[in-house]
Design a protein around this ligand. Structure first.
Ligand code: IVH
Length: 673
């Protein structure tokens, strides 16, 4: 047996070696050993540490994973949510966008809507809080509700002013914009990152700001979150102010009126996109008038008043090597073409979706075919068409399975009562967790950003933990054996502890996120919110599992037959019931905090007939903003029926029979004021 001294010597030598290679890789960008040699070195060190308790070093890879970004930044809530944008791809999408806006605002002449047009830089968004003209807090977007505190890293970016001397700078403001890396700067470090966006993201999330400093990040400002003194009325005015205050703004920003002009400008700009020193994936259109923006508000995660007009997709040819079936969280069977890897617009693509069986038949796609593949931004690549001239005699037709490849259950198609047609999508008919592939997808959804948001438990880790039987059902996440995890390849004490901490933190969760996390079909973020506002606490929600009359949900504006049937289905399954029960016993699910300030608190409303000067959608939003609830049926639960022009007489009669107050639009307005 080796003496303690010799073991220590061997260990310290390896640590020294690791330090040297870390420097060569991260600081000098010139590694001299292969990735697998480097990994072996790290593994050897960890093995020694595990075998001999007395071995310790600050440089141990179990304490710091090289200079990889840390997974454990402190978090802070955004004062105003950080939203994302919906996409438009063509003239038609833009027309729909403008039509929706004008309907909502009840505008007659919408050709005169003014837009602030801004390049959509493909970087990482950040929010900078300035109080008394000083930069005091910098946050990443995170899940849009809370972000990571990356103030020190942001301070290393020279485009971000630390102190603002201008008199008219607001006392308290969140300035928001994009952190990115210029294309020329990216050239110098491109062997370390897949693309400029990854480089910016990685650099911004370094634990050590000195690492961030080494990569030349830039910042362009384009909007604000919270603002104490709103003394500007237009987005374009705000952009000019940003510039005057010392921020960088995009020199390609402009004001455009009319959809046709937007499209023309888009075509012109697209030609120039490759000459710019930053990656752009489209143009952002924002309603210029801030009062109108405020009235329009947002749906789920995106504002009604803005849209991203994406650039046309890149496409390329490649060969289909095989067709495989992917099973999604809701049981949908999606055929995916495994293609010979091909670079499409800077990204290596090796999978392309074929959507469904009908699509394969319609386009006559066969294994071995040469196909044209299209990729646009963050949209999944798909097969456009087959190059028939290149078809050889040994191509093979794909036979769509009649049984789920994962669990063997029958494959079914849903019947759509509205269109009176069967869906094109085929599904595994098993109930959720009984099918292995569905179960894994359900767990990935459970831990995702919009649900439990468990850092360190990404898709790959979920798959690994599933294979190791660490996690089979969502509640297993809260009962992990961390001493086993820290011994796994690529893990260590620090990363296992980090995971433990994020899982511990995630136990405090809002009711709407909890409902969303269950992955009930047709219950997305908006419906989960609606349900949480209806049930208010987990006890009420849980009562749904006992002789609950699901039909009472039909009263909620937004809940339809599809959603109700899906809830019934979900809660009639024993495994689902067990999962919910067990989770409730483990978690701290927060009650919904009702807006106490709202003038319409505890009051329910329904509208009938055409309202004047305001759209139905805006009237509903205004009611909800003031804590009123909207119902979609006349029932005993209704407090007010608001009538506009040409109301439904039957509804008024029903309301009168039930002694419900029938009020006019001006009377409703009075309640609001
Ligand atoms: S405005 C209104 N303006 O796009 C809410 N976003 O998909 C969106 N982005 O997370 C922010 N350029 O990272 C806005 N001129 C611009 C932008 C921009 C790029 C990014 C930003 C955001 C994402 C939304």
């Amino acid at each position: 047996m080796k003496s303690r001294h010799l073991i220590e010597k061997e260990y310290l030598l390896k640590i020294k070696k690791l330090k040297k290679h870390n420097k060569l890789y991260y600081d000098d960008s010139s590694p001299i050993i292969t990735d697998s040699e480097y990994d072996k070195l790290k593994k050897d060190i960890i093995k020694l540490e595990n075998n001999f308790n007395f071995l310790k070093s600050k440089e141990s890879p179990s304490l710091s994973i090289g200079s990889k970004p840390s997974k454990n930044f402190l978090k802070s809530k955004h004062r105003v949510k950080m939203l994302s944008l919906s996409n438009a791809f063509d003239l038609n999408d833009l027309k729909n966008f403008e039509k929706k806006i004008s309907n909502y605002l009840n505008l007659n002449n919408y050709n005169s809507i003014e837009y602030s047009v801004e390049p959509k830089i493909d970087g990482i968004s950040a929010s900078l809080t300035y109080k008394n003209k000083k930069f005091i807090l910098g946050l990443s977007r995170g899940d849009g509700i809370e972000g990571e505190i990356i103030t020190d890293n942001l301070k290393t970016i020279k485009d971000i002013p630390i102190l603002i001397k201008k008199k008219n700078f607001p006392n308290d403001i969140d300035i928001r914009g994009e952190v990115y890396i210029g294309k020329k700067d990216f050239e110098k470090i491109k062997d370390r990152f897949a693309n400029p966006r990854n480089a910016a993201s990685g650099s911004l999330r370094q634990k050590n700001p000195n690492e961030t400093k080494k990569i030349p990040l830039r910042f362009i400002a384009y909007t604000f979150g919270y603002c104490s003194d709103l003394n500007f009325k237009k987005q374009s005015e705000f952009l000019s102010l940003l510039k005057a205050w010392g921020f960088n703004t995009n020199s390609h920003n402009k004001i455009v009126t009319g959809i046709e002009n937007l499209v023309e400008n888009h075509q012109e700009f697209e030609k120039k996109r490759y000459d710019l020193n930053f990656d752009v994936d489209g143009l952002v259109y924002k309603i210029n008038n801030l009062d109108l923006q405020k009235r329009l508000g947002f749906v789920a995660n995106a504002p009604r008043w803005a849209i991203a007009h994406k650039f046309s997709a890149d496409s390329s040819f490649s060969k289909i090597l095989n067709i495989e079936i992917q099973i999604g969280r809701t049981g949908a069977l999606t055929p995916v073409a495994k293609i010979k890897p091909v670079n499409i617009g800077g990204v290596v693509v090796s999978n392309a979706t074929l959507h469904n069986e009908e699509e394969i038949i319609r386009k006559d796609i066969r294994i071995g075919d040469t196909v044209n593949i299209e990729r646009a931004g963050d949209v999944i690549p798909h097969v456009l068409s087959v190059d028939i001239k290149k078809r050889s005699s040994n191509t093979k037709k794909f036979i769509f399975p009649k049984e789920c490849p994962s669990c063997g259950s029958k494959v079914i198609k849903d019947y759509n009562k509205i269109t009176k047609k069967y869906d094109a999508v085929q599904r595994c008919s098993s109930e959720g967790y009984k099918c292995e592939k569905i179960a894994i997808e359900k767990i990935k959804h459970f831990v995702s950003k919009e649900a439990f948001n468990i850092e360190g438990l990404g898709k790959k880790v979920v798959e690994k933990f599933w294979d190791l039987s660490f996690i089979k059902l969502p509640y297993d996440i809260f009962d992990l054996n961390y001493s086993k995890i820290e011994k796994l390849d690529g893990w260590g004490r620090l990363s296992a502890n980090n995971l433990k901490e994020s899982i511990g933190n995630s136990k405090n969760i809002n009711l709407d996120k909890f409902i969303f996390s269950l992955g009930i079909r047709h219950i997305g973020q908006e419906n989960a919110k609606l349900l949480s506002q209806f049930f208010l606490n987990i006890e009420n929600f849980n009562n749904m599992t006992k002789d609950f009359n699901f039909n009472s949900l039909a009263n909620l504006d937004g809940m339809g037959e599809t959603q109700i049937n899906s809830l019934k289905n979900f809660f009639s399954d024993q495994i689902n019931l067990n999962v919910v029960k067990k989770l409730i016993s483990i978690l701290n699910i927060r009650n919904v905090i009702e807006n106490k300030k709202g003038k319409l608190k505890n009051k329910t409303f329904m509208f009938t007939g055409k309202l004047s000067n305001i759209s139905r959608a805006e009237a509903k939003s205004l009611t909800e903003e003031n804590s009123g609830k909207i119902l979609s049926n006349v029932s005993k639960k209704l407090d007010y029926l608001v009538i506009g022009e040409k109301p439904t007489v039957k509804k008024i009669k029903q309301a009168e029979e039930l002694n419900i107050k029938v009020i006019s639009q001006p009377e409703w307005k009075k309640l609001l004021n």
